[in-house]
Ligand binder design. Structure first.
Ligand SMILES: O=C(O)CCC(=O)C(=O)O
Ligand SMILES: [Fe+2]
Length: 364
């Protein structure tokens, strides 16, 4: 069941003008600073705004959190330095599905795929970059180590990535606590699921795409019209699979969210802000209250970089029905089993699905 703006009774009636909003709709911009302080009317107000966004358009931009100082061109640039590595060094970080001599399946580099709609390269990094005690299991690709460049090739990069990862974990936890309060749950209800979590910090580069003979970019699947202009799609429309995504755009537009009317709304790339959206598992877990909104990336006039952080539970966290009204009943399952099934449907994970068996097979 998908609930729409105004249909969910969270005690706050949705103003009529919001239901009528058309192409002028914008993504709510929310100061989440009060989430990091004690209970207060300001925190209640931030909770209310976050919940309205999460259960409405399913997207927001957040500012005011500890770590917002990392979201400047200069600080993001430190993380994005990795894209300046020579190709030979990037290739050392490739995943198995792109280089079968490697033994990392889940973490590591994904190269440009010249014929795909999504036109990007980058790296997926796990908790081992940020936590010395991160769990490691040789027989579980979800718990493998992240292949990283040599310190001397990108001095200071690892420390910057570790610090960024830990900052985003705190923002993710604060948002989950806020949503818990709005659902009438204890605000630490999700903490146990996320301690020892396997969040992914991803760094993405979308090069400027030009006709290079690899594909015919005039085919309809490669572009869309936006404000009267033909724009290439460089990140294919999708919904994220998990819980909360915290995404830093690098001051360059391109990210768009799809509203309930099917219109594409630009997500502004302001410094000091994160784009926040929610994943399909959280939508399902909340009985369709939180919205896993579809989004895509259209090509700007320059290369584009982005830094999504996918806030995720521990591999063995049990996802069982929440005690909230309207939540659907389902047989409990393990987060890692769900994640592997959904993540391996994405193009940058093609070909690895059979390499991990569910730890708790579904009941026959
Ligand atoms: O690069 C972007 O702005 C969007 C990336 C994204 O949606 C994703 O990696 O899931
Ligand atoms: Fe996404």
């Amino acid at each position: 069941m998908r609930l729409r703006v105004g249909e969910f009774d969270c005690g706050t009636p949705v103003p009529k003008h919001r239901k009528d909003r058309k192409m002028s709709e914008t993504i709510p911009a929310i100061d989440i600073a009060p989430l990091f302080g004690p209970p207060s009317p300001a925190r209640d107000e931030a909770d209310r705004q976050i919940f309205a966004a999460a259960s409405g358009i399913g997207f927001m931009t957040a500012r005011g959190f500890p770590g917002a100082e990392l979201l400047t061109r200069e600080r993001r640039g430190k993380l994005l330095k990795i894209f300046e590595l020579p190709d030979a060094e990037k290739q050392k970080l490739l995943r198995w599905n792109f280089d079968p001599s490697k033994s990392n399946y889940y973490r590591g580099w994904f190269p440009l795929q010249p014929t795909a709609v999504s036109y990007k390269e980058g790296i997926d990094m796990g908790p081992d970059i940020a936590h010395a005690d991160a769990e490691f299991a040789a027989d579980d690709p979800l718990l493998e180590r992240t292949p990283l460049p040599a310190e001397s090739d990108v001095p200071g990069w690892k420390a910057a990535a570790a610090h960024y990862y830990r900052s985003m974990e705190k923002v993710g936890a604060a948002l989950m606590a806020s949503i818990a309060r709005s659902l009438g749950l204890e605000d630490d209800i999700f903490d146990g699921h996320f301690q020892g979590g396997i969040s992914t910090l991803r760094l993405i580069r979308y090069p400027l795409r030009t006709e290079d003979g690899a594909v015919d970019l005039s085919k309809p699947e490669y572009s869309v019209m936006h404000k009267g202009e033909r724009r290439l799609v460089i990140g294919r429309e999708h919904a994220d699979s998990g819980f909360v995504t915290l995404l830093a755009q690098d001051g360059v537009e391109g990210l768009q969210a799809k509203n309930h009317a099917g219109e594409w709304i630009d997500v502004p790339p302001a410094d000091g802000t994160l784009a926040v959206n929610f994943g399909q598992l959280l939508e399902r877990w909340t009985g369709g209250v939180v919205q896993a909104t579809r989004h895509r990336v259209i090509a700007p006039k320059t290369a584009r970089y982005s830094i999504p952080f996918f806030y995720e539970p521990r591999v063995d966290a049990e996802i069982a029905p929440l005690p909230i009204k309207g939540a659907s009943d389902f047989a409990p399952f393990l987060y890692g089993d769900y994640l592997w099934e959904s993540a391996t449907n994405f193009v940058e994970m093609a070909g690895v699905k059979t390499l991990r068996k569910p730890r708790r097979p579904a009941a026959a």
